[in-house]
Write a protein of this length. Structure first.
Length: 276
């Protein structure tokens, strides 16, 4: 029973990644500038590659201009087969998209050569990052892959750089499909101001990838002094731009009775002196 529950928990944990990776653009609609590889077993002269023109067609021997824009590979198969049957008794046609130039993958953020990539064949996340020149030294700890589904909805998958580059599992090296956007945000410095009864009050600098909480700020400030009040004020800008103040109890947070509050850039933590 325990083994079954463990297996089920593992499947539930991995299912979002598996579903995201399986969202294929197998129904990819061909567009201008895409490169098609065409093979006809019975007619060697048709074993060729053709770039889709701006008008959305390809020029084939014997058939001339064949409109293909907006069709899937299988639909182009059927169209070319039907046209060839006017000239031959049998035609076994294969059409493969070799280069998705109409829907390039975009790799943006902290990479050496950000921009669009014309992918060909089966691509994976590491391959896309490598084609963009690799990560820069400013790369953050997270990678976001954005994918738009056929129904217009967008999915976003968050992947840790360490899991991708140094993890024991290759499951994070997910397939990359046409029109995907791979975003590697750069690290940026974040300041939190800790004032009052701490050992080293002032502006504290954190990394934008860090989870910044009240306890981590107090620890970086050297801890509370002996005179510090257990009542701590946190000031930040609200959504409307006004100052918002929250009062928390240090002892309750340390004991686990209250959650450790998450802080945001430019928050101000004020620890006043206790008079008791």
């Amino acid at each position: 029973m325990r083994r079954t529950l463990t297996l089920l928990a593992g499947l539930l944990l991995l299912s979002p990644l598996a579903l995201f990776a399986q969202e294929q653009t197998g129904d990819y609609r061909i567009g201008p500038k895409d490169l098609l590889e065409i093979r006809v077993f019975e007619i060697p002269e048709f074993n060729l590659e053709r770039r889709v023109s701006n008008s959305g067609s390809i020029d084939l021997p014997l058939l001339g201009e064949v409109p293909v824009s907006g069709l899937t590979s299988s639909e182009v198969n059927s169209r070319v087969e039907a046209l060839l049957m006017k000239y031959v008794n049998r035609a076994s046609v294969s059409v493969v998209v070799k280069e998705y130039a109409n829907s390039p993958v975009s790799v943006v953020g902290a990479v050496q050569k950000p921009g669009p990539l014309n992918i060909s064949g089966n691509w994976y996340l590491l391959q896309a990052i490598s084609a963009a020149g690799g990560l820069t030294q400013q790369a953050g700890r997270k990678i976001y892959v954005l994918r738009r589904a056929a129904n217009g909805l967008s999915d976003r998958l968050e992947i840790k750089v360490d899991d991708l580059l140094r993890g024991a599992s290759s499951s994070w090296n997910i397939p990359i499909f046409p029109s995907d956007i791979v975003n590697i945000p750069p690290r940026t410095p974040v300041k939190i101001f800790c004032l009052g009864e701490v050992k080293t009050p002032g502006a504290l600098e954190f990394d934008s990838d860090d989870r910044i909480s009240l306890l981590s700020v107090i620890a970086k400030a050297g801890g509370l002094t002996d005179r510090a009040s257990r009542s701590i004020r946190i000031k930040h800008k609200g959504a409307d731009g006004r100052d918002v103040e929250t009062v928390v109890n240090f002892r309750r947070i340390v004991s686990g009775k209250d959650a450790d509050p998450v802080l945001y850039p430019d928050d101000v933590v004020v620890i006043k002196e206790s008079f008791f």
